[in-house]
Design a protein around this ligand. Structure first.
Ligand SMILES: Nc1ncnc2c1ncn2[C@@H]1O[C@H](COP(=O)(O)OP(=O)(O)OP(=O)(O)O)[C@@H](O)[C@H]1O
Ligand SMILES: [Mg+2]
Length: 439
């Protein structure tokens, strides 16, 4: 009793100390204080939460039960204990949780008849039950799922990372796991970058301009917003098309360039430009397209042939470009099948998918539809207050939430001017092509 005043003085001091530690160095606080408490409570609550989220199964078990039995001669009711088969709720086995940068993760063994999809369906309920920002479900192997919890949205602020120095590789942001978000054209040659207006598509294109400008690559812009987005970067662009007409001619050039490179590879018995000896190896070309839908929109029937021609050229570049060092990065607000079969075919060739916040479910479905349905749900849940947040199909076949670094137009413009001397003029790149290619 006499210690009470002492405790009343010490407890607030401990509280203030913990608060200060958490503010001063959150990772160590999380590892030594926050995580152990969380891990114990996750394990302790698993049965209750698995039951509430529908992840348990009824199993027959032998159990000691008490049954009332009537003794006929005396009419007295006697309680008997005996072994009996009863159905009990069994929870999936859970390993010990492990700490991660933004929360924790734990491996769970699925029960018979369960799939990772059952856990993905319950992810939101699990997140609410454990009071965390989100639960992501992945499956490292048959019969096992990993539940990864993030305590807070790690994408509210993302700190810069050093730029990548590898050819055709750009670090454009961070994944929710804390790892760098890298766009590597040599691994994934063609990309679809979809999103509603103000969702962060051009910011990502700016990040590519900044990342690729110092590299020995030719940048080509097709800006169907009348050139307002890419014209400031013209000093670092080898060619820029600002309307459909110009885009058509530029795509014809690209197809001719591709066919020419095909011939060079054939003569040198190389399967792609990277197998050519360095003296013969042509400069890689990255084509940035903004407002993709404008290439396909038809005001009247007279435009049908022109659209078909442009769309076929773009598709040919997408189909064969990778081997011949031509890469596509296509941005658009809407990428729906109603734009025509050309878009659907293009989508099939673009294995890199980025889906920012979208207005229509179809764009999300077109961009991410062949991934996990949970990716679609996550894309639709991106709030407007966090531009630059996107769902990204990773090179490992998984999908991630990610956020690009903020790259202002001024920064991209500055990079384009600084590295203008690296720009190969389009006339030089296409000099040896047949006449029609030099339009
Ligand atoms: N990663 C980011 N971090 C912080 N702010 C961002 C980020 N990405 C974009 N923004 C902000 O959001 C605004 C809209 O971004 P952006 O111009 O890239 O959108 P958009 O999708 O290209 O829109 P539109 O379709 O209208 O061209 C920008 O002005 C920028 O300030
Ligand atoms: Mg834009």
């Amino acid at each position: 009793m006499s210690d009470l005043p002492l405790w009343l003085a010490v407890l607030p001091l401990i509280g203030v100390g913990l608060w200060a530690w958490r503010r001063w160095h959150h990772p160590s606080f999380w590892l030594l204080v926050g995580f152990p408490i969380t891990a114990v409570s996750v394990r302790a609550s698993w049965r209750r939460i698995a039951l509430g989220c529908g992840l348990t199964k009824k199993r027959q078990r032998w159990w000691f039960t008490t049954v009332p039995g009537l003794v006929a001669s005396t009419g007295i009711v006697k309680v008997k204990r005996r072994f009996q088969r009863v159905a009990v709720d069994t929870k999936p086995f859970m390993w010990l949780p492990l700490p991660t940068r933004h929360g924790w993760r734990v491996t769970v063994h699925t029960l018979e008849g369960q799939t990772p999809g059952d856990y993905a369906d319950a992810a939101e309920r699990l997140a609410h039950s454990w009071g965390v920002h989100a639960i992501r479900v992945s499956s490292p192997g048959p019969g096992r799922v990993v539940l990864a919890a993030t305590m807070r949205d790690p994408l509210v602020t993302v700190d810069q990372l050093p730029p990548s120095t590898d050819l055709l590789k750009v670090t454009v942001g961070r994944l929710e796991t804390g790892k760098p978000w890298v766009i590597d054209f040599r691994t994934v040659p063609h990309w679809l970058n979809a999103g509603a207006t103000q969702s962060g598509k051009s910011n990502l294109a700016n990040a590519l301009i900044v990342g690729l400008s110092p590299q020995p690559v030719a940048l080509v812009g097709i800006d169907l917003k009348g050139g307002v987005e890419f014209t400031p970067y013209a000093p670092r662009l080898s060619a820029l098309a600002t309307c459909r007409d110009e885009a058509g001619r530029l795509l014809d050039d690209l197809v001719a360039l591709m066919l020419d490179r095909m011939g060079v590879c054939r003569q040198a018995s190389a399967r792609n430009v990277w197998q050519l000896p360095p003296v013969l190896r042509p400069v890689p070309v990255v084509v940035l397209v903004d407002e993709l839908a404008e290439l396909y929109l038809m005001a009247d029937k007279s435009e049908k042939d022109e659209i078909a021609k442009t769309s076929t050229a773009l598709l040919r570049v997408a189909q064969l470009g990778r081997a011949f060092g031509i890469y596509l990065f296509c941005c658009g607000q809407r990428i729906g099948s109603d734009l025509g079969p050309g878009v659907t075919a293009l989508r099939a060739q673009c294995s890199g998918r980025i889906c920012h916040r979208v207005n229509d479910p179809e764009t999300a479905t077109m961009t991410l539809g062949d991934l996990d349905p949970a990716a679609l749900a996550s894309a639709r849940a991106i709030p407007a207050e966090t531009p630059g947040v996107a769902i990204v199909a990773g090179q490992d076949g998984q999908w991630y939430r990610a956020r690009s670094f903020y790259v202002s137009e001024q920064t991209a413009e500055h990079a384009a001017h600084t590295h203008a001397h690296l720009t190969s003029p389009w006339a030089e790149i296409t000099a040896h092509l047949p006449e029609q290619a030099n339009a």
